[in-house]
Design a protein around this ligand. Sequence first.
Ligand code: F6R
Length: 362
Amino acid sequence: DKDGYKHFMAKEIAEQPSVLANALSAYVTEHGIALPDPGIDFSKIDRLTMVACGTAFYACFTAKYWFEQLAGMPVEVDVASEFRYREPPITKGTAALFVSQSGETADTLAALRYCQGKADKIFSVVNVSESSIARESDLALPIHAGAEIGVASTKAFTCQLNVLLLLALKAAVERGRMTQDRLEDILEGLRAMPGTFNAALDRDADFSSISSRLAESRDVLFLGRGLMYPLALEGALKLKEISYIHAEAYASGELKHGPIALIDQHMPVVVFAPKDSLFEKTVSNMQEVMARGGKVVLITDAAGAEAAGEDVWRTVVLPAVPEVLSPLLYALPAQLLAYHTAVAKGTDVDQPRNLAKSVTVE
Ligand code: F6R
């Protein structure tokens, strides 16, 4: 039941603070990380291979940055439909991780079966615990998102990020790359995340007003760097699938290698840029867009808004969070911009054309 919301998607976006709080209570105690033991000693693993489709793939792509930066762990990510037919060599010392909300996605399941007998360990991050992918893994970690009805994945994405971040932190500790103090700081920020999400949800009217303009566009470009690059990809996917507006995402630094040719006053450019270690770089890419008449929608925090200057078309200010946690929070603008744009266009938000919630055929 929609609980008074107009769409399941609206409900599932809005319930993220409580869903996340629930997921955290399962996996983070006052003593630290309390994940079920994945049966993996990350200090003995040479390589992590992560495979998924769609939004779950973008969760993996985000996690690649976390595992590399926090744990110094070599990581490969791929979409399942490519991975399964590439004949990728799986060397000893590889752990293979599959992420799927439904746990039934045909390509992801086939990729998992490809790794059986080759990888040292096969584990999965799923929402549906009684699914094929969960059953065929050595260990399945549930994300505790609750049933997700809207075809566009929202709360499952944030809960996937949550589990993947905890795994990356566990790997960082086991590989001797993280002090207890730093771990405690990050976990403190995670425990505060439901409240932070609530504060960000208060910006809902900003997103709906921007979306009324996005709804008039034929194309929208999303940009981000570092941890914000996978988020830009997720923002573009969400917008495409429910509003049917063509959207693309680029790593900001790639702009001048081609896509900048597209920039004119008709194509809004959504930039995800908290004031993090890459902010100056992103802003300089953003200025290149504005110098060519591009309309920039900047999603940032207060410090970022102040530093970005006055020529930005629209700015939404989110709470400031530690850099490592920004993907969780910036999932929200990706979802809300798509949702309000679809509502403004009058599309079928929960059942977009041509899409199914669970893709059990390849
Ligand atoms: C996007 C979306 C799809 C799924 C993809 C994988 O909003 O819902 O891209 O993320 O089909 O599905 P699961 O996670 O069930 O394997």
